[in-house]
Design a protein around this ligand. Structure first.
Ligand SMILES: *[C@@H]1O[C@H](CO)[C@@H](O)[C@H](O)[C@H]1NC(C)=O
Ligand SMILES: *[C@@H]1O[C@H](CO)[C@@H](O)[C@H](O)[C@H]1NC(C)=O
Length: 331
């Protein structure tokens, strides 16, 4: 982590005690996948058949559950955030339309959206209209792949994303940018955000697509990050909270390439089993490990694994949530 701010240092104690929502509970009965496809860049959801991490049905008869009406009106990199009380839910997404006329990745990283698309719900099935929330400063070329971790100690979310930055003198972003890095801000409501700061900027390596996995004891996390040079995802872990010191776990999750868009989740029924889905630029490929603190990821052979899933997130569900989703969006 570069440029650790004084504020972050002051928060270190509180963060080490953070107990975010991904903690394992005994009362989870299934999983929700929130995702999108290249062809249809809207929020699409799959519900597991019971507590089976290998069997899903496409909710809403295969139609998207939410469409963006703001910004580019297309969304990618869907992330579902919630608090420990599960009294509120936020769907977050990148504001980017790769199917727009004249689209180019170069323009998308120079003058792309500096906001994220946000929907709010209090019951996981009734959603607000979409909002575009600007979270980056004017030097940023884009904001990609938002994710968030709820922090009980400070009753707020830590929001993370990737961006690259241009010199302040280069107002039109025509010059050479910084390498892609992970940035963060805090928010209580996804309406107002703290000023953004660097979170992770490894020397010489452009990185995107960070996601955290809470490991079940206070301050203990894994995180997954894509190295944009090798187009591979690596794992790091800490016992010191989000702003603690992190150590690399192995080399890469897999030697297979390209891989991006990590989405990890703890198995609801088998203690110590974690799943990690990696997007191979076409769709998710599932991996698993029984030793997340040392790596040991292997591909999962899953019959009937849904095809075409892109960078999304997987959320464990309580019975109330599971029933509400099944009732509102029959498959
Ligand atoms: C990313 O990959 C490049 C090329 O192999 C390597 O030099 C660099 O150290 C890697 N960075 C990280 C953080 O893995
Ligand atoms: C991604 O994975 C799917 C399913 O295993 C496979 O059919 C497809 O060829 C892969 N695409 C790439 C680019 O590796």
């Amino acid at each position: 982590m570069q440029e650790l701010s004084i504020l972050a240092v002051a928060c270190l104690g509180a963060l080490a005690a953070a107990s975010p929502v991904e903690q394992r509970a005994t009362n989870y009965v299934g999983y929700l996948v929130s995702t999108f496809t290249d062809a249809n860049p809207k929020v699409q959801q799959y519900l597991s058949n019971g507590n089976n991490a290998y069997s899903f049905r496409f909710l809403n008869k295969g139609s998207p559950v939410l469409s963006s009406t703001v910004g580019t009106k297309a969304v990618r990199d869907i992330f579902l955030a919630t608090n420990t009380a599960r009294s509120e839910y936020y769907l977050l997404a990148t504001d980017l339309d790769i199917n727009a006329p004249g689209f180019s990745w170069d323009a998308a990283t120079r003058t792309g959206s500096r906001g994220i698309v946000v929907w709010k719900s209090t019951d996981l099935v009734t959603w607000s209209a979409s909002s575009l929330r600007t979270i980056e400063v004017s030097t940023a070329g884009m904001v990609w792949a938002p994710s968030a971790v709820w922090d009980d100690a400070t009753s707020q979310y830590y929001v993370f994303w990737s961006s690259r930055h241009y010199a302040t003198s280069d107002a039109r972003h025509t010059g050479t940018a910084s390498l892609d890095r992970i940035r963060y801000a805090t928010t209580k409501d996804f309406v107002t955000f703290s000023s953004p700061s660097d979170y992770l900027a490894p020397s010489g390596t452009p990185v995107i697509d960070q996601e955290f996995q809470y490991l079940g004891t206070a301050g203990s996390f894994a995180r997954f990050v894509k190295n944009e040079t090798t187009l591979q995802v690596y794992e790091e872990r800490t016992t010191g909270g989000l702003f603690g010191s992190w150590s690399r776990v192995g080399t890469y999750v897999t030697t297979q390439t390209p891989r991006e868009g990590p989405a990890s989740f703890a198995d609801n029924t088998t203690p110590g089993l974690y799943h990690l889905w990696l997007d191979n630029y076409t769709q998710y490929v599932p991996y698993k490990t029984n030793s997340i603190t040392t790596g040991g990821w292997s591909t999962e052979s899953v019959s009937g694994f849904p095809s075409g899933l892109k960078h999304g997130s997987i959320t464990p569900l309580t019975q109330v949530e599971y029933n509400a989703l099944g009732a509102k969006y029959p498959s």
